[in-house]
Each structure stands twice: as C-alpha cells, then as structure tokens.
Design a protein around this ligand. Structure first.
Ligand code: BTN
Length: 246
C-alpha cells in the first residue's frame, strides 16, 4: 500500500507534519520530505540542525496493530535500515551507536527519531524521522553540540539527495514490513555487528545515574546490556559515551 507523498520547501518538522495527519486514511506508508525545518527535533529534546537544501530530512508514517511498546525495538531496526541505505548509496563502514545514532569514524552522520500515538493494547501510529547530514554550513556547524560529520566530507563529492532519499525510503518500508512480522529479532544480529561500542567500556548516563560497564549487546526489546561488577543489567534509555581506559 502506498501512502501520500509530500515534499515541502519548509516545515516545522517533518515528524510533526505527519503526526498532525496521523488520523488520515492515507497515513499508513505516507512520507514527508522537507528542504528545511524551522524546528527540527532530535532525540532527548535536542534541536536537529540542518543547513537548508543540503540535507536529507524525511519522515514515514506507519500503522501497527500492536501497542507503542514496539517503539524501542523499532528505532533500533531503523538504524540498521539507515546504515543499509548508506551502504547501497556507496558509503560502506557506517556504524551504530545505541540506540540508533549513525556514526562515521565516531562522528554523527545521521539520526533517527520515532514518535508514537496509540493505546497500550494497540494499534499504534508511528512516525519515524530520519536526518542525514549531507552538508552542514559553518554557521549551522557552530550550533551542533556533539562530534559530527556530513556526507560531503565523507565522500568528497556533492550529495545526490534524491538517490539517497529513495534508498532510505525503500529500506524503511522494507524494515517496517519485516518488523511487523518478526520484530527486532530479524535485525538484532545486524544491529550488533554494526554497533561501534560492542565489547567496549562505556559510561551510560541514565537520568541522574551514571553506570560504567562493558557493552554486551542488546536484549529482545532493544535495551542495552551492560556488564559491571554486579553482573549484566538492561537499560532502556540513556546516553552512552566511550570510557577511555586510563
Ligand atoms: C537524533 O537526535 O539523532 C534524531 C534526529 C532526527 C532528525 C530528523 S530530521 C527529519 C525528522 N523531523 C524532525 O523534526 N526530526 C527528524
């Protein structure tokens, strides 16, 4: 089933655009792309900075029969879909950082933001947003508060955003279909193979807690498994950073 396809010169946020239309019959499979966002949103309440006309900013809407509990796993599966699309585009070697940052040589290249509406028992309406750094101008770069890179730097060439967006949309659609049938299990190995921090000592900031441990992988729901002196614990949210060995 093909949903509505919208290409906007500017919008607040492509995720917000689709969320506002989540009750429409055309929601399932719908896509919104924008050249610029006035209030692009990142994870953990961050702003998503993107120089207009140079980046890939898109969202896809999907309706699942199950409840919003699927979101954590889905957002990890989306990271795998995004890395696969980048590989098809000609950028091998991008990695993942839990839960779904796409990294190139430890710098952020792309991110995934999942919004959900729904009842605990289902159905749930998912809006999955993807931002890929194509080219970030110096004015915008000054506002980004984490190590980042862009495709222009990685490939040394102008970015073919149409081709990349088409590959991402194809991978996302396929990911949604497989996830609806098999869940995160179908993506878990692929995710772990690409996790840049697998087996490494990390610091996890989860609210006011700080946990230091070694990454053992993810569980069936997408929670991060960390081993410390007390054993292996699962964490459902938080931000990890590498813990350098002194
Ligand atoms: C992250 O913080 O890593 C997630 C970034 C997600 C950004 C994309 S850009 C298109 C879509 N619309 C938004 O407002 N955010 C997502």
């Amino acid at each position: 089933m093909r949903g509505r396809f919208t290409l906007l010169e500017e919008t607040d946020s492509t995720n917000a655009y689709l969320l506002e239309r989540s009750a429409a019959a055309s929601f399932h499979g719908s896509v919104c792309l924008a050249e610029a966002q006035a209030h692009g949103r990142g994870r953990r309440g961050r702003q998503w900075i993107a120089t207009p006309y140079h980046n890939v900013l898109l969202s896809m809407g999907w309706r699942f029969a199950s409840g919003p509990g699927i979101v954590a796993g889905l957002s990890l599966a989306a990271g795998v879909a995004l890395v696969r699309a980048l590989e098809e585009y000609g950028v091998p070697g991008a990695g993942l950082k839990w839960p779904n940052d796409v990294l190139w040589e430890d710098k952020k290249l792309a991110g995934v933001l999942v919004d959900v509406h729904g009842e605990a028992t289902g159905p749930s309406l998912i809006v999955l947003g993807v931002g890929v750094n194509g080219y970030i101008g110096s004015h915008d770069a000054a506002q980004i508060d984490q190590p980042w890179t862009d495709l222009h730097t990685v490939t040394g060439k102008p970015v073919d955003r149409n081709r990349l967006a088409a590959l991402i949309l194809r991978e996302l659609r396929h990911m949604f279909e497989v996830f609806a049938d098999k869940g995160l299990a179908a993506f878990r190995d692929a995710w772990q193979r690409r996790h840049q921090y697998h087996g490494r000592r990390v610091r996890l900031l989860a609210g006011s807690r700080e946990i230091i441990g070694t990454v053992e992988g993810i569980d069936d729901h997408g929670a991060l498994l960390l081993r410390d002196a007390r054993g292996v614990q699962a964490f459902h949210s938080g931000e990890i950073s590498l813990r350098r060995v002194a």
